[in-house]
Design a binder for this molecule. Structure first.
Ligand code: GDP
Length: 436
């Protein structure tokens, strides 16, 4: 079957050293040959796959740019089709001009995601692997890239396929045994079937438990910096973000709204917000800020509760400690450079992680990173294991697990193998959906 040949600018739309125009499809090389003249007058069609050629892009007689053309021959390319990638200079105007010339030479514009879609349709990658390409592109931390690459390399698909193959084997056996009684197919034992179902249940449960961690690694954790005024929240925020976004002053109550910023600390992405200092106040504007901050505490993923080492705990501090008892939190005793007046007994009774820092001097950051990784759980996270990285994958895995449990229940209740087979087939179908 002949596929249409499509082209698009594959690099980001902006100014850069190099811009890549990718052409994919049966006519890719022929079209590229119309616009690209190799130095030495060779045709791209005469080149072997995985070969680069230096030359010029022409629009008719007009020389547009100096470029390198990379030739990939089907099926050994990203899309599985013939592909030519023209790397020209990365200006906004020039890349658009080269693309326009390629389109005039016979290619159609590629839709968003079309190269990856073609890779999927041509069997180069499955759906989970295709989704991981977007995760690699969108990754904000080393861990996020590593987990996405592991999926791209097929770790999740291999795990799903192993579970699926075993279930298919059992379902096929059950169907053959029921449908061809004259063939002398040995009856499957209940133990054997139960073992497979138990195994599938365990594997899927383990996989589903990776989802939350996957989300944290990929999207980061919603983190609130809380504490009464003047303990050093804004100074900490500025230390973590490396900027002066939060207003640091000696007047209590200066941060009235929520300031947000994303930072990568160790292996964790924190979506940080510095909130209004928590204290009793008559100022209406400040009150609104305090109320907002209190609400945020209850539905965030991590609280960095800041206390002033040089001062004794007051009611606002006690209130904060009580409010975050059940939320993952770290107590940060700030201003460790000053004389210590704080009594941390009440804090350590309620918050398991306590660390000492001087936000102003930048001391104690390493301890903070370690404490965060401990509380969030990324210190035990193995990025080379298969994980579920989006809601679609989680939903398919969950439905597969439900069907496996139904099959198990049917078996336990002594229902016919036919009833077990129906649930098995549903589980298989959900697993097939997961990998597309
Ligand atoms: P916030 O109201 O909790 O946001 O507190 P700020 O970050 O605005 O800090 C209040 C005051 O404490 C400022 O004068 C800071 O310079 C000072 N401060 C913050 N962190 C430290 C620290 O680690 N050591 C010392 N000595 N002063 C600090």
């Amino acid at each position: 079957m002949k596929s249409s040949t499509v082209a698009a600018i594959s690099t980001a739309q902006g100014e850069g050293g190099i811009g890549v125009i990718r052409i994919s499809g049966d006519e890719a090389v022929k079209i590229a040959d119309k616009v690209f003249k190799c130095v030495g007058n060779k045709c791209l069609a005469d080149l072997k796959g995985y070969t680069a050629s230096f030359g010029y892009v022409y629009n008719g007689e007009e020389k547009l740019d100096e470029a390198v053309a990379l030739v990939f021959k089907a099926p050994h390319s990203y899309t599985g089709e013939d592909v030519v990638e023209i790397s020209c200079h990365g200006g906004l105007f020039i890349t658009k001009e080269v693309l326009r010339t390629v389109l005039e030479a016979g290619a159609s514009p590629a839709q968003a995601g079309e190269f990856t879609k073609r890779a999927f349709l041509n069997g180069k990658i499955d759906l989970a692997e295709a989704e991981s390409v977007m995760d690699i592109i969108g990754a904000k931390s080393r861990s996020a890239v590593r987990t996405a690459l592991v999926t791209k390399d097929g770790a999740l698909s291999r795990k799903i396929n192993t579970i699926k193959d075993d279930l298919i084997n059992k379902a096929a056996h059950l169907s053959a045994w029921a449908d061809y009684p004259e063939e002398d197919i040995p009856e499957i034992t209940e133990d054997n079937l139960e073992n497979s179902l138990n195994n599938a249940e365990k594997e899927l449960t383990d996989l589903l438990s990776t989802y939350d961690m996957g989300q944290i690694v990929k999207e980061g954790i919603d983190t609130v910096i809380a504490g009464r005024p003047n303990v050093g929240k804004s100074t900490l925020m500025n230390l973590l973000t490396g900027s002066d976004k939060s207003i640091v002053t000696e007047i209590p109550g200066t941060t009235r709204d929520i300031i947000e910023e994303t930072v990568v600390l160790g292996n964790v992405i924190l979506r940080l917000s510095d909130t209004a200092g928590l204290r009793e106040t008559d100022n209406r504007v400040e009150q609104i800020g305090v109320e907002k901050a209190k609400k945020r505490l209850q539905n965030c993923g991590l609280v960095l509760a800041v206390f002033d080492s040089s001062a004794t705990l007051n009611n606002d501090d006690y209130e904060l400690i009580d409010a975050i008892k059940d939320v993952p939190s770290i107590a940060i005793i700030n201003k460790s450079d000053l004389d210590k007046n704080i009594d941390t007994d009440y804090i350590s009774k309620n918050i398991s992680q306590i660390i000492y820092i001087s936000a102003a001097q930048g001391d104690g950051l390493k301890d903070l990173v370690e404490a965060i990784e401990k509380v969030v759980g990324t210190n035990n996270f193995n990025p080379s294991e298969a994980i579920l990285s989006n809601e679609r994958q989680r939903d398919s895995a969950n439905r597969a697990l439900m069907s496996v449990k139904e099959a198990k229940d049917a078996l336990m209740m002594g229902m016919t193998f036919d009833a077990v087979t129906v649930s098995l087939e549903e589980a298989i179908s959900s697993l097939l959906e997961l990998t597309g």
